[in-house]
Ligand binder design. Sequence first.
Ligand SMILES: Cc1ncc(COP(=O)(O)O)c(C=O)c1O
Length: 392
Amino acid sequence: MSAVEIALKMSFHFWRNGNRADKREFVCLANSYYGETIGALGVTDVAIFKDAYDPLIRNAHVVTSPAVADVDAAIGAMRALFEQRASSLATVIVQLLVQCATGMAIYDASYLTRLRALCDEFDVHLTADEIAVGCGRTGTFFACEQADVWPDFLCPSKGISGGYLPLSIVLTRDEIYGAFYDDVTRGFLHSHSYTGNPLACRAALATLALFDSANVLAENRRKAALLREALQPLTKHKHVRNLRERGTIFAFDVDHEEAKRTFSRRFFCQRAATRIVDAAHRLVRLHDAALRAERRRTAASRATHARQAGRHTGGARRMKPTDTSQALYDPLNEGLADLDARGMRRRKTIDGACSAHLNVDGRAIVGFASNDYLGLAAHKSIRAALAEGASL
Ligand SMILES: Cc1ncc(COP(=O)(O)O)c(C=O)c1O
């Protein structure tokens, strides 16, 4: 979200430096999520994160998302706003292709192509939040490649450091970059104590190198094909709807009230002691309410850890499977067994009192973030680069 803050500030500041300070409003899509700092909340449309802070937040214009309407209707809504207010708009910000935090809602890349054209027509910046979808997660290195467009601000973050360390990066065009360099009073002053942190940058360089040396994109396509196959039985389940995918993201909706409430919790509890990473990492994220599931996952990990430490919590044991939820797990478990047979499943356990200390396939590693989307954090070259960086 630091990257989002930078992009929003920079967009406004660019217009200001060009004597167009009226262009100060932001636009976001319905149901979008960009993080929880005050600025990011202004362009976020998820009540649970922002309601409490409403008096502090400068809200953006919220426009129909192509994930819930067809592309024509979504572009039409954006055009209507632009026609009315373009002279006051700095940037529109979008999560590219998948609105992850609100149910993995996927939309068509053609929306982005048309949005880019609209932004050009009305002189409004396009900011691409690729924090959860970039760096190979949706099939191409940058998600925007699938729409054959470049935004004015691109925030790759998360995946860029292999899921190891936080690193905020914003890419922009030369024209925008240059607008801050003629005079220090017009400069873009934005920093943190750990800006340009050498270890995080070392992790990022090692991650980028992996994309070349280990052909991560091709490997992801192979894993996605296996996951697609493993999940096929689910399409026949009477309570499963809308199995969808983009790159290594797979999701489906559970159309059953009781299963909706218990599915994520049971799945995470079952998997807490043998968490699955690498290709199967995606499976632990198959939930229709990311926030609830994340909390339950944490609770499940704690319960497991407490049990391992000899303390009795009993939480996980108290849960009773119902026929419906069991019927949902069976195909998943079969799929996992299949991945196991192909040597694609790894055992990841929490190794000590701190959940950052992990054991992956018998090797101890320290994980600094929960964003190991592509399973790269355990790769030996990233670990070696970090060890080397730390010893300098
Ligand atoms: C689309 C998107 N933007 C921004 C963020 C915030 O990123 P961070 O938590 O690294 O600040 C997230 C986090 O999940 C996200 O999914």
